[in-house]
Design a protein around this ligand. Structure first.
Ligand code: ADE
Length: 230
């Protein structure tokens, strides 16, 4: 899978793809991430990406021309399945959406910044607007990093234990059960006996019960959805 990210702050993004599973996925050729500096697509000598908003509103707006140039250039190289814009007014991002995006071949993520981008870009190019939560960030870069991370870790071969991504929180609409590792006793703190029993049927039962109990306690909204669905 290939992800192209268009941003005014490439340096902010790059380091988030240089570690752990995401780095390994790139090294293995499972994922390609290309970060593009929007300024490289400006045609004026000052490489100015923003301008005042028509109508006199406070805050600067990303200009149509450099974004049009960037997207036109990328689209001339290959077909894209989605052109995503990160914005607080987008659709709330969920694991379900991450799963759907992980099946795509090529996507562009355009990071919002300042007061936003010229609406005409949204109207003509953007196929999906995504918000990572009901709060406002300085720019869409951190949102783009989160979206790319959540997609890449799902790609076949990205995580060495194939079942690991499937047992994440939210993957079956439940929070994940608690996990423990050695030592089994630490300063009087113990690990639930069942996990040390070697009885896999009982361990599975315990995990499901823990997931249900935690979801009911910590995310009653998810729990109610699940119960109403059944
Ligand atoms: N840009 C600013 N705030 C954002 C948010 N909550 N989600 C996605 N992009 C954003």
């Amino acid at each position: 899978m290939r992800i192209d990210i268009i941003t005014v702050l490439p340096e902010l993004l790059k380091s988030s793809f240089e570690y752990s599973i995401i780095k390994r996925a790139q090294n293995k050729g499972i994922a390609e991430i290309h970060v593009h500096n929007l300024r490289d697509f400006c045609e004026d000598k000052h490489r100015r990406v923003d301008d005042y908003s028509f109508g006199g509103d406070a805050g600067m707006v990303i200009k149509i021309k450099p974004v049009d140039n960037a997207i036109t250039f990328l689209k001339s190289q290959r077909d894209y399945d989605e052109i995503i814009y990160t914005s607080p007014d987008g659709e709330s991002y969920t694991q379900k959406e991450a799963n759907i995006l992980s099946l795509k071949k090529n996507i562009i993520i355009l990071c919002g910044h300042y007061k936003g981008i010229d609406q005409r870009i949204r109207d003509t190019y953007i196929t999906k607007e995504i918000s990572i939560g009901d709060y406002v960030l300085t720019g869409g870069e951190l949102a783009a990093a989160i979206i790319a991370d959540s997609i890449i870790r799902l790609l076949p071969g990205a995580i060495s234990d194939e079942t690991s991504a499937l047992t994440d929180s939210f993957q079956d609409k439940l929070l994940a059960p608690p996990v423990y590792t050695r030592p089994s006793g630490y300063k009087g703190l113990t690990v639930p006996d069942v996990l040390l029993s070697g009885n896999f049927k009982e361990i599975e039962k315990w995990k499901i019960n823990q997931s249900l109990e935690r979801t009911k306690r910590l995310r009653p909204d998810l729990y109610d959805d699940l119960m109403n669905q059944e």
